[in-house]
Design a protein around this ligand. Structure first.
Ligand SMILES: Cc1cc2nc3c(=O)[nH]c(=O)nc-3n(C[C@H](O)[C@H](O)[C@H](O)COP(=O)(O)OP(=O)(O)OC[C@H]3O[C@@H](n4cnc5c(N)ncnc54)[C@H](O)[C@@H]3O)c2cc1C
Length: 338
């Protein structure tokens, strides 16, 4: 039986229970959001004890060395005995300070927020960071849409009218301070893949990481064909249309496919069905194709499964489900491997 030591208290983990569930059962308040190991909001640090490697998936190397892990997916083996000595994230240097420097409206309801790139901050386009509001520590993950050679980080933010963070990002005065935690995630262009076909599929602001991957591929001189599908409920929700069209005109191996639901989404067809029909159904096999999926968690999860069943290697599927609190995912993300 594994036990937890946390802020002066000791708790026994029940069989099959995650560390997060154990802390909550004992009335301890810790941050959490997606609860599937994707958003990394629940990050804790283990000072001693054996943490299952699965609960460190997707964390950057320096965090692994420091003992960080994700308690929502940390379920120590029931037969293992030992104590996990846990603390909240405390490292000086885990977060870096920044500020909002500019923004522009992409389409109604979606803004591009520019955040100053801190000195020495390194990332791969398509990775995500947590933006942390200084005044109350509110934290949400957002994907980086631009290349590292700029002096800012660009984020595509859909304004959720009832949301705590997105309306603030869209309206806070310029120069508002925030912190960055990360980067994390593997939804980024892989070197050594320049001959492969790339299949890039985004819904809504899922275009942020996909655009980052696309530009990184083109900058790297990608040789293989690149197909990009951007799905939205309404034509007015598609954005960066001119930029994508310009890139398509200047790169013969790139095809852009804007996809909009018939009847503005009032009909029966779902985003998943539309993108599946457009991007996957005409193909005999996805063997050898590198697939990137980002945006709506349910669509990402289902298309990931379909891509795998169509022959794509699991290690060639990069999925970024934009899980928030209470996001509905009918196919568990964990069941279709990240
Ligand atoms: C890895 C990762 C990367 C992400 N990247 C991006 C990105 O690049 N751009 C981006 O816009 N978002 C992105 N998100 C989602 C983002 O982190 C927030 O969840 C989102 O902005 C809502 O935050 P909020 O505080 O405004 O709303 P919350 O206060 O968290 O939610 C308020 C209410 O709105 C609901 N809600 C939350 N999101 C939506 C939604 N999209 N549509 C409808 N209802 C919703 C919630 O269930 C809740 O009931 C990403 C998420 C993850 C996990």
């Amino acid at each position: 039986m594994t036990s937890i030591r946390f802020e002066g208290h000791r708790y026994e983990l029940a069989s099959g229970e995650s560390v997060l569930e154990c802390l909550e059962r004992n009335g301890r308040e810790t941050a959490s959001r997606c609860r599937t190991g994707v958003c990394q909001s629940c990050l804790l640090k283990c000072r001693s004890g054996d943490i299952p490697t699965k609960s460190q998936h997707g964390l950057k190397a320096s965090w692994l060395q420091a003992g960080y892990f994700l308690p929502c997916v940390c379920r120590p083996d029931a037969s293992a005995a030992g104590t996990l000595d846990l603390v909240r994230p405390d490292d000086v240097g885990l977060d870096v300070t920044s500020r909002i420097v500019a923004r522009r409206t992409l389409v109604d309801g979606i803004v591009e927020v520019h955040v100053a790139k801190p000195e020495g901050f390194e990332f791969l386009p398509g990775q995500f960071v947590h933006l942390i509001r200084e005044e109350d520590e509110l934290s949400r993950p957002y994907s980086i849409a631009n290349q590292p050679d700029e002096d800012c980080l660009r984020f595509h933010v859909r304004i959720v009218p009832t949301g705590a963070m997105s309306p603030w990002l869209a309206s806070a005065p310029l120069d508002s301070p925030l912190r960055l935690r990360g980067p994390s995630g593997d939804c980024c262009y892989q070197s050594g893949t320049s001959q492969e076909e790339l299949l890039l599929i985004a819904t809504g602001t899922g275009l942020a990481p996909i655009f980052g991957v696309l530009e990184a591929a083109l900058h790297a001189g990608h040789q293989g064909p690149i197909q990009l599908y951007h799905g939205a409920a309404r034509r007015g929700d598609l954005y960066l249309k001119e930029e994508l069209q310009r890139l398509e005109e200047s790169h013969s191996n790139l095809s852009i496919h804007p996809c909009v639901l018939p009847d503005g989404g009032r009909g029966e067809m779902s985003l998943t069905q539309m993108l599946s029909d457009a991007a996957l159904s005409g193909r005999t096999s996805l063997k050898g194709v590198r697939v990137y999926l980002a945006g709506n968690p349910d669509t990402v999860s289902r298309l990931k499964k379909q891509a795998y069943l169509a022959g794509a290697d699991l290690s060639s599927i990069h999925a970024d489900p934009f899980l928030g609190s209470g996001s509905a995912v009918t196919t568990p993300v964990s069941a279709t491997a990240r």
